[in-house]
Design a protein around this ligand. Structure first.
Ligand SMILES: Nc1nc2c(ncn2[C@@H]2O[C@H](COP(=O)(O)OP(=O)(O)O)[C@@H](O)[C@H]2O)c(=O)[nH]1
Ligand SMILES: Nc1ncnc2c1ncn2[C@@H]1O[C@H](COP(=O)(O)OP(=O)(O)O)[C@@H](O)[C@H]1O
Length: 205
């Protein structure tokens, strides 16, 4: 059987819901999936390394990536730019490997226009109070930024309707298990599997 293109999974949801934490936990489970590293103009946090958590760029460098069409999508989020380098995503999918993007909601909707066949997963907080306490608990934001992120979060939750799946991040292991179940389910869908068999059986089947 010929190698099929990989599946693009997009994990999105409001800031502080636990996208980074859940993605890291999935990574530790060594699943057969590749993680895209985004470009950003935000300052590195303590312990973050260039090329691992993000490609850290100046505003000028980021704008020239946009200009040169090097980004699949990009968004300005709470004062900084974030974007997905397109070359890595296309090359990896072409190699037949699945890719997961962990991005905010505006970017996810742009990806949906370009890759409607992608799988869009919305991570939700158990409640808005819990979301706020996770952002506060992380200790990376000032009070003003926390309020800003909370108001953005409410608008973002409205956009859940554009997604294929909703996963509540009540507990990290349970959220990971739900995401793994989605990945398995998507690989079993007849519309994804059938073209492989069609090639063997011929067009008249
Ligand atoms: N659109 C878009 N959003 C991204 C990208 N990379 C990261 N983000 C999102 O940008 C937001 C801010 O990320 P970050 O500054 O690392 O903060 P944190 O995720 O809240 O810890 C989060 O919602 C990320 O998921 C990207 O390439 N494109
Ligand atoms: N299931 C969970 N239960 C409790 N705390 C969580 C859970 N998932 C994430 N957190 C905590 O919430 C905070 C925000 O998580 P993070 O992964 O940075 O969110 P995001 O990437 O969506 O902005 C972190 O302090 C993280 O440890």
């Amino acid at each position: 059987m010929e190698k099929e293109r990989g599946i693009l999974f997009v994990l999105s949801g409001p800031s502080g819901v636990g996208k980074g934490t859940v993605c890291k936990a999935l990574r530790e489970q060594k699943l057969d999936i590749q993680y895209s590293v985004s470009a950003t103009t935000r300052q590195p946090r303590e312990g973050e390394r260039h090329g691992v958590e993000y490609f850290f760029k100046t505003k000028e460098e980021f704008l020239s990536m946009i200009e040169n069409k090097e980004l699949l999508e990009w968004a300005e989020y709470v004062g900084n730019y974030y974007g997905t380098p397109i070359e890595y995503v296309n090359r990896t999918l072409d190699e037949g490997k699945d890719v997961i993007l962990e991005i905010e909601v505006q970017g996810a909707l742009q990806v949906k226009n370009i890759f409607p066949e992608g799988v869009f997963i919305f991570l939700t907080p158990p409640s808005l109070d819990e979301l706020r306490s996770r952002i506060v608990g992380r200790g990376t934001e000032t009070e003003d930024l926390i309020n800003n992120r909370m108001s953005v979060a409410k608008e973002e939750i409205e956009l859940m309707k554009h997604y294929d799946y909703s996963v509540v991040n009540d507990e990290i292991d349970s959220a990971c298990n739900r995401i793994k179940a989605i990945i398995t389910t998507e690989h079993c869908r007849v519309d994804r599997v059938r073209p492989k068999y069609q090639k063997i059986l011929g067009d008249d089947q």
